[in-house]
Structures are given as C-alpha cells and as structure tokens.
Ligand binder design. Structure first.
Ligand code: C2O
Ligand code: CU
Ligand code: CU
Length: 522
C-alpha cells in the first residue's frame, strides 16, 4: 500500500472504500448509535488496534473494569499515574521566544508506534504559558510536505501582519516569524494553537497538529495540582498510518476512532482525597462534540474559553464544541474512583433518507483514581477579580443576521454539496462583514441545515444571549457558540481594542475547508 500522509491534498479524492481498512466508519457509527450505553472507543481502526496488540486487556474495554490501561498498575497492584502532559514553554520577563517545527513524527499510543504530524515531535505540541502583557515571538518551521500556517485560537491579539494572521501561507520547507502582543487586559484562560490553512485545516489538525496556550491569572487560584487536558480524536488505517477521510466523512465532519487525552489512550490520573485540582480542558477534535462527565467526583465550572464565570458552579456534564475550552475545578473525594468520559451526541446528518448521520459514540477518556480517605477540600474558591462585562446591558450599534446552510448545489448529497454562510462559500479576496471599530453588534445566527454547526469568530469573543429562543442565564462569553440544526442563536460582540481582517467559520473544520467561512474586517 502506498504511503500517504494526511497533508497530501490528493488523498481527499481517494475512493470511498478501501478494502484494507476494515469496516467503514459509517457502519461502525450505525452500530454505535444502536448500542445501549457507552461504547468505549468505537470504529474501524480499532480492529487493527486490537488485533495488533501483543498482550494486555482490550483497550476498547471501559477503564476501571479491568484496569484497561496496563501501565496504570504496578506489579504489586497499586495504581500509578500514567497521565502525561506536553512539555511547557513559559514566558519570562514578559517574553516567550520559541520555535515550533511542524513535521511528520512517530509517537507511541498505548504501546504502539504510529506516524502522525506534530509540533516539536509531539502530539500535542508544547503547552505555552504566558501572562497578560507578554510578547510571544514564535518561529514556525514547516517541514510538512504541504503548506501550513498557525492560528492562536481565542487569543485577543491582532489578526494582521505577522500576528494571528490566517491569510499567511508558509510553503513546505519554509518558515515564518510570528509575533503576538497580549494586551495588559488580555483575559486569562486556556487557548490553543492549530494550523489554519484553508482547504487542509481539518486534515492537519486531525493528524496531530495542535497544542495548548495558558494565559495565567495575576493571582492564580490556590490548588494542589493543575492539569492541562488536550482532547483530540484520530484514526489509523490497517497499516498504522493516518486514516484518510472520505467525501462523506468530510461532509459529516470527520471523527476519529480513538479519543486521546494529551496523545494518550485512557491515561490514569492519581490524586489524594482532599486535594483540589484545576483542569484546563481543550476540545481539539476536528468535528467531535464532547459531553464530558466525571461521575462520582465533584466537578465545578470556573469558565468557558476565556476569563472566569462570576462564580464557580457544580456541573454534572460539560458540553464542549470543537474549539471550546473549559476551566474546571475537581475536588478529589474519598472512595469513588471516576472515569472522565464523553457521552454520545447526535449532531444531525445530511438530511436525506438513508443518508449518514453524525451519531457520535461515547468514549472513556481517562481514569481518575483517588487514594486516601480525607474529606474533600472545603476551602472557598476566590471569585474573579472583576465581575464579567454584560453586553446585554449595553446599547447595540448594529444588528445582523447570518445564515448557515447546506445545499445540494446541483445534486443532493454528491460532490456538489455546498456549505455556505449567507449563500456563499469562502473567498479570500472578499470582505463579507465590516463592522466599525468600537461597535457593539447583535448577531442572529440562523442554521437552516439538518446538522449542528459550531460557529467561531476570531479575535472578538461573543456573548451568548439566546439559544433557540431561550434566554441564556448569566454572562456566557465564548468564542465558539452552538448553532443547532434548524435553530438559531443570538450573540453580542464588542468590536473594541483590536482592528483588522480575519475570519468567522464553522469549527467542524471539514465544513470550514468546504467553504463555510467568511471574512470580517473591523
Ligand atoms: Cu480554531 Cu479559525 O479556528
Ligand atoms: Cu480561532
Ligand atoms: Cu458545520
């Protein structure tokens, strides 16, 4: 079988069925959707995954039932931590200077060597840790065999020049010097970076090119442990090479057979009861919606995307759309080991009878083992330094309606299926929206299609005001908002502080690559 890498554009036109790659994803999804309960990790690549495993329990079995992650237990039966984080590159004296090389690399997942794409040889790439007011000077070296670039998702920095400019194109073999200036008022939170080269964004992210960015608070919360969890899905073919997406996969938005945490399959985290942990979770999946649960342990939401909520709140379930992040407090409680899992999610389908649906299966992501019998921490959680700004209390200077649509431009679900915003697909040279600097706008985002679309705007965060007619409680500020199938949301945006030209798009990155993106200039 010829070697193919996920950044080879020719692969996108590969025939839909590949006899060597086992059951198709759709077959497995259909089976997964019909199954009762949570499927640990579902799909085609798993046949290979399971059959090539030398020994040890089936990785598809839920963790916790048989200690599925073999390295999670020492010879004497005690549980050891296997959870790992990417290396950290932290700023000093207001500066972070670094180089990131994007290249094909070999990593080990669950004891197997697989070839992926990574930054600095890792998947995820290094975690960047900075503070408001910092300057990041980043040289990106492109050692892929296709063009690429870099986007700092969620950072409120200039989208122009050599800052967070998604119109930059770095050819194979080239390099580019990015420089990002974070203002003194930049919100703290967890952000992330990934390529944003139109047409291959989904392929390159899915192949492993992503990493986290943490912007620290001036006074960090007192916790016993902080963890960064970058969650991403990936698939391999029968040879252990990256699986290529079919035409249908791209229209539905590709989802991986394996859902990894920091590049690991079902790692084990160990804590002692009474300890307080802060988790920064990134949904770096190309298309998969995460519905996270940590049953048996107390999970509190501190914030979504950037900044902090006015007060922490207990959550049973946390929904993260592709691109969203969560800032979460976990108080380790005696007795109950827990599994961080993502639950099934139906984000709609192609709309025609018998057409594939994106019925996402659930997966076990990580095991959280608590030792000891101390009571959970009762220490109060200090709130954010300033109450979040509420755009609902401010005068709106303009209103717009944006329409997301999927249309069989000349032929149903075939090659002609168009993914549009306001009836058009992406054109780099066209300005679609031009709000004035300083404007506070209200946008109604309408979805006329049969699939959910996570809507993302660069640089200027959105405050979610209404979803399908229901008002949103409290200040919910985020940079990716859910636009349900046949539904609508209302958001408010303050175009302040930063000007320039950038994009808004569906964060099912296959849809973005298929044209569901527009250009905005402030
Ligand atoms: Cu994370 Cu324009 O995207
Ligand atoms: Cu972004
Ligand atoms: Cu979409």
């Amino acid at each position: 079988m010829p070697e193919h890498s996920a950044d080879d554009p020719d692969d996108r036109s590969r025939p839909e069925t590949d006899a060597s790659s086992g059951p198709s994803r759709r077959t497995v999804l259909a089976a997964g959707a019909a199954a009762v309960g949570v499927v640990a990790v579902g799909a085609g690549g798993l046949a290979w995954w399971t059959s090539t495993r030398d020994s040890g329990p089936d990785p598809a079995a839920p963790v916790g039932t048989d200690g599925a992650e073999p390295s999670g237990e020492a010879a004497d039966g005690s549980v050891v931590e296997t959870f790992r984080e990417p290396e950290v590159r932290a700023s000093t004296d207001g500066r972070l200077d670094l180089e990131l090389t994007a290249a094909a690399t070999t990593v080990t997942i669950d004891g197997r060597s697989v070839r992926v794409l990574g930054f600095e040889g890792g998947m995820p790439g290094p975690t960047l840790r900075v503070r408001p007011g910092d300057r990041i000077a980043l040289r990106l070296r492109n050692e892929l065999d296709a063009a690429t670039n870099l986007h700092t998702h969620g950072l409120e920095v200039s989208p122009e020049g050599n800052s967070d400019n998604v119109f930059v194109m770095i050819p194979s073999g080239g390099a580019f010097d990015y420089a990002y200036e974070l203002g003194d008022e930049h919100p703290p939170g967890v952000f992330w970076y990934h390529p944003h080269h139109h047409g291959t964004t989904a392929e390159q992210l899915f192949a492993g090119l992503y990493g986290a960015i943490v912007v620290e608070e001036p006074d960090p919360l007192p916790v016993d442990r902080e963890r960064v969890l970058v969650i991403a899905d990936i698939s391999f073919d029968a040879n252990g090479d990256l699986a290529t997406a079919t035409r249908f996969d791209r229209m539905l938005g590709r989802e991986g057979d394996l859902v990894l945490v920091n590049g690991q399959l079902q790692p084990t985290m160990v804590a002692t009861s009474g300890e307080r942990e802060r988790w920064r979770i990134v949904n770096a999946c190309t298309s998969r919606y995460l519905r996270l649960r940590l049953d048996g342990q107390r999970m509190r939401r501190l914030g979504i995307d950037a900044g902090r909520d006015a007060a922490p709140r207990d959550v049973d379930e946390l929904v993260l759309l592709p691109g969203n992040r969560a800032d979460v407090l976990v108080d380790a409680t005696a007795g109950a080991d827990a599994v961080l899992r993502t639950m099934p999610f139906d984000r709609g389908g192609m709309g025609a009878m018998g057409a594939p649906r994106s019925a996402t299966v659930g997966a076990d992501l990580a095991r959280f083992v608590v030792r000891g019998d101390a009571a959970a921490s009762a220490a109060p959680v200090p709130g954010p330094t300033a109450p979040p700004r509420d755009l609902r209390e401010e005068a709106v200077t303009g209103r717009r309606t944006l329409t997301l649509a999927m249309g069989g431009a000349g032929g149903g679900m075939g090659q002609g299926m168009a993914f549009t915003i306001d009836g058009r697909t992406f054109a780099e040279g066209r300005i679609d929206l031009e709000p004035a600097a300083g404007a506070v706008e209200e946008w109604t985002i309408v979805n006329t299609s049969t699939m959910d679309h996570p809507f993302h705007l660069h640089v200027w965060p959105m405050q979610l005001v209404e979803v399908d007619g229901a008002p949103v409680e409290g200040v919910d500020r985020r940079d990716v908002v859910p636009v349900p199938a046949a539904g609508r949301v209302v958001v408010r945006i303050a175009f302040e502080g930063i000007t320039g030209r950038t994009v808004y798009h569906c964060h099912i990155l296959d849809h973005e690559d298929l044209g569901m993106m527009g250009v905005i200039r402030v």
